[in-house]
Each structure stands twice: as structure tokens, then as C-alpha cells.
Write a protein that binds this ligand. Sequence first.
Ligand code: ACO
Length: 429
Amino acid sequence: MTEKNAKLVIGDKTYEFPIISGSVGPDVIDIRTLYKQTGLFTFDPGYTSTGSTESQITYIDGDEGTLLYRGYPIEQLAEKSNFVEVAYLLLNGELPTAAEYDKFSETVIRHTMLHEQIVKFYTGFRRDAHPMAITCGAVGAMSAFYHDSTDITDEKQREIATIRLIAKMPTIVAWAYKYSIGQPFVYPRNDLDFASNFLRMCFAVPAEEYEVSPTLARAMDRIFTLHADHEQNASTSTVRLAGSSHANPFACIAAGVASLWGPAHGGANEAALMMLREIGTPDRIPEYVARAKDKSDPFRLMGFGHRVYKNYDPRAKVMQETAREVLAELGVENNPTLQVAQQLEKIALEDEYFVEKKLYPNVDFYSGIILDAIGFPTSMFTAIFALARTVGWVSQWKEMIEDPTQKIGRPRQLYTGSDSRDYTDIGTR
Ligand code: ACO
């Protein structure tokens, strides 16, 4: 695998480090022996130049705007596949045969119900709790309800935990929503597909029948597919770091939910829609673009920019098309928020600041418009993202746990605090 070496010269000494090639993408310098050889650490806050792991799951080419799940382009999966099949692919590395698909799908469906005592657990939250707060708590609490799948050294238990997380997440998230609006929980149904089941658990009420629109179910499924994995982002790295200590999978995924919540990560879809609404009409766009460019103003165009994509986020393209389809189905093509979004995208993409910094719309720019049109409040957006990303988190967690070279994650630091000093009594300070 290794053909080249990198040379590091410090003073009069030269050290060599192997350069390793992956299947595609940039090579990496293997510095695992750096400290041992030199007594020095690397310094890379934000990990902009650090590969934290080897992985075979997802590949992103940020310059080209390419996203592959196990080698398959996201556009093809969004068009031809569905979320359950994508979940199988991410977990197992290959697309399922028809029989494998049926078995996997059936297993997921049969695990969608939550332990009945979890219903009581929900009522402990304040009525106005954010769905992400409830989701984070409920996922973590799964480790208190499913003791038979917390032993990570047992392959069967790992498999059951994985299925439980994927299958129960829609119920957890839908119930977080129901609780926040004071409606009764709607139990999952085994005759519905994954996305339709979720929509029904969110929007059905016991007083009347609920018909799931196939267009909305398809849009929902596409949103899940597009958010399923994104290699070593903040929340996935959080899951891996938490899991590296051999914590149970439910606790690790709860850590991922917490990390996803922030507005610089999963919270951006909520923030992007709020921003589009605040802008309100296309004539106010220049004012907001000017603010985004003003270094003395902390405002940023939400839904724009990405650590890895320095080109159009391929997921944003699919989202834009889906937004049009959904709004047409609902008969609201002239939705003012979509108009502001499209105008803002056009203006920003022609603006020198955004061109120079390679800031393009990301997946969150259009997803909020779709979720809003389907009927979700903004507070649900990140929880829906968490539901979908759970598949990526568990796939990455599984890959890590099954890697025989896996070690606890333990970064070092550049210490700039006080050197050793003596304690002084309070009266003498
Ligand atoms: N609006 C205005 N300027 C921006 C934006 C933006 N949305 N994003 C980046 N910039 C500018 C920065 O000010 C910086 O300028 P400088 O070089 O003059 O200092 C430059 O572009 C590079 O930005 P960084 O913050 O250094 O880039 P980083 O890779 O650390 O950040 C991030 C990426 C966090 C996504 C950033 O672009 C951002 O905050 N975007 C808005 C939030 C958002 O949409 N997040 C969703 C990400 S996708 C996801 O998580 C699913």
C-alpha cells in the first residue's frame, strides 16, 4: 500500500513518514509515530488537515461536489433507491438482493415500537421542550430500556442495537413533536413504508383517518436519503470518539444528536429557513448579503458554505428539485420563501465575496423549505436530520468497533496556561 515517504526536517535530523493512498481522494501522511520519533505533536484545531480514521463508507470530493455512499453517487440513490435500501447499503457495504431487502425492511418495521415505559419518560419533559432536547434524552435513555443490546463485544447485540436505533428513531422524533404540541402519541404501523410511517406518526390524530400523500412521502424519504451519512463531520466524529471508549451505542448516538444540534451543523436548516423568512422579500436580499460580507457583523448566510464542499453541494441540487415538486403538489409554487431562496442563491453565486471564498448553497438551504411545506415547525428540522443521520452514525460506529486496530480517541493539546505554581491562601491573594 505504501510507496512514498514524506520527509520532515527538524534541525539537523530528518524523519520519514509513510504516505498512504486510499482508493480515491488525497493521500495521507501517516504520522502515527511522530511523537515517538520526534517528541512533537501536530497542531490542527478544527481538524482541517487531519484524517481521523480509515473508512469505506462515504466519499466526498468537495472540489467536484461529489458525494458517494459506498461508491454510489447520491444523485442516483436519491432518484432510484429509498432510505431503507440506503441504510442497508451503508451498513453492509453492498446493495441488497430482493430477498435481503425484504428481510431487512421487515426487521426494521418490526422494531419501530418503543418500550411502553418510554411513554412515561416523555411526560417528564417540560411541555415546551425543544424536540432535539427530547430526542437527545430519549435516545440516551434507550440504554436504560434495552439492556440486552448494550454489550458491544457481542456481534448479535451490536446488530440488534443498530436495528433498534434505525427503527425507533422515527418514533422517538415523531413523539417529541406530538408531545410538544399536546397531541396523543400515534403508534407506528407495520403496513406503511419508513417515510409514510413517520409522516403518519407526526400528523395523524385519533379523531380521523390520515392519508399519506405519496409525493410528500417520497420527498420525506429523499430528505432522509440525502442526510443519511456524510463521512467524518462533527457529529459522526463525536459518535466515533464516544464509541472509542466502548460506551454503549445508545449513549454514543445521543452524543451525536447533541453535536448535530448546533447551528453550524445540523441546526443550520432551522436557521436557514428563519433567515429566509426574516429577509421576507427579494428586495431586502442585498442588505443581508452586505451583512454577511461585513466582518464586523457576526451574521452569516445560513445554508451557505461548507467545510468540505468548495462547489455546489450535490445534495442541495436534489433538494432544490424536490422543493419544487413538493410545492407544486401542494399548489403553492409561488411560495415567497422559495422565491427569496432562489433569488438569494442567484445573487450570492454572482457576488465576488462568495465566488472568491467558494461559498455555495449546502443541503440545508432548501431542506427547510420542503419540511415547512410538509407541515413541520422549524424546531423539528434538526430532529429530522438526526433521525436520518442515525443510519450514518451507526454504520460508522459499527465500522469502528469492528476494526481490530481501533483505539480510544485521545487528542493532545498545545498548552498555553500557567506553568506549575504554588497554591496561595485566600487571604493573601
Ligand atoms: N456567510 C458569509 N461568510 C461565510 C459563510 C457564510 N455562510 N461561511 C463562511 N464564510 C466566510 C468566513 O467568514 C471566512 O471568511 P474569512 O476567510 O475572510 O475569515 C471564510 O468564508 C471561510 O469560513 P470558515 O468559517 O473558516 O469555514 P469553515 O469551513 O470553518 O465553516 C461552515 C464551514 C461552519 C459550514 C460555515 O460556512 C458556516 O458557518 N455556514 C453557515 C452555517 C451552515 O449553513 N451550516 C451548515 C453546514 S452543512 C451541514 O452541517 C449539514
